[in-house]
Design a protein around this ligand. Sequence first.
Ligand code: FAS
Ligand code: PHB
Length: 393
Amino acid sequence: MKELRTQVVIIGAGPAGLLLGHLLQREGIDNIVLERRSREYIEKRVRAGVIEYGIAKLIEDAGAGERMKREGLVHHGVELRFDHTSHRIPLSELADGKPITVYGQQEVVKDLVALRLDSGAPLLFESEVTAVEGLTTDGPCVEVEGVDGKVRISCEFVAGCDGTFGVANKAIPKDVVRRYERTYPFSWLGILAEAAPATEELIYCRHENGFALYSLRSPTLSRLYLGVRPEETLDQWSDERIWDELNTRLATDEMPEINQGPIIERGITAMRSIVVEPMRFGRLLLAGDAAHIVPPTGAKGMNLALADVRELFHALLAQLRSNDPRLIDTYSSTCLERVWRAEEFSTYMTQMLHPNHEDDFENGVQMARLRQAINSREAATVLARNYVDLNSL
Ligand code: FAS
Ligand code: PHB
């Protein structure tokens, strides 16, 4: 078997793994990014769309934000829509003037892949990590099934950026790892459509039929979601049924119909919350979805992942450059405090915007929460600060 050596092995080329690899490489810390999928696959995967103020700054400071600044949409508010009426939350006004940036996750991935390949640093596609060993020694290693066969890579640290179904979080012994999980009684059907958005800002909508979200990617690309039953599949949702249901849920007197167009991407995503503790075991450190999942109602998924990377980068730099283990020793507790805050906000947004078809008491409580968010400046301020910049709070 071929043998390689580096300082940090990074499992996964999602936003977390790619940003970490780039930040370490810029500081001269050798690392190898391993991705089981192809470049084309990861650059086509449509996922998150909202970038928090502090995370947009992190991407820019990393030198990966040029196209995001040029093409990203800067927004200063969102709408909460219920009872067929819209209520604007003036995000920037309530959050020290800070905006959000609407820019697709796959665009962030493309920008980071391009930077990585330009740097010449190793980013190995179609290379699946099949084993992680020696985590409690000072010489951990990973086994990789790549296009050229098996490779064994020894290193000083392993960064598990391989998502919730990867190998990294499974490498933490069962008597050490704690997994907290909640699955919601609905999923999100998401579409990307070649249709000019009929709204300038995102609309989060609670309708008696279910949740709807009107987002966008550009002046000609709309991104829309419907809350559906968890057992539903794409073949039960024709284009006509999707547009009819979106119109039903989002319609107001001012906007009786939304703009339609060819649907170029569609998918159904289960709604779940997961937290894996601890986020560090020996020489393994987890970042991003490998350690946590949030329901996307709060637009926190990618933002949380990149906030972990900001912490992990500084911890690895201190250890590998100055032999100072303090940030690595506190990495898990520092991240988990922010992770649970993001879980709380995502739960608040999810419960408030998805009607509960089995519990009218819950619906009463959630409607009260919604009305407080639009009538109380204090409640709206908490929502705005969490939505715009939770990872900097
Ligand atoms: P990622 O999952 O992005 O990346 C992990 C990478 O590791 C993947 O490329 C995978 O192929 C690779 N990998 C896994 N196992 C490996 C192995 N053994 N060896 C090598 N590579 C391996 N968040 C939002 O905020 N808004 C949304 O609308 C939203 N929609 C989503 C829709 C879907 C279908 C999913 C799954 C997630 C969505 N998210 C959303 C959350 C999403 O944006 C994540 O938070 C974000 O991708 C996290 O980034 P990473 O931690 O880098 O993990
Ligand atoms: C998106 O544009 O894909 C998006 C926006 C806000 C969310 C989730 C997804 O809460």
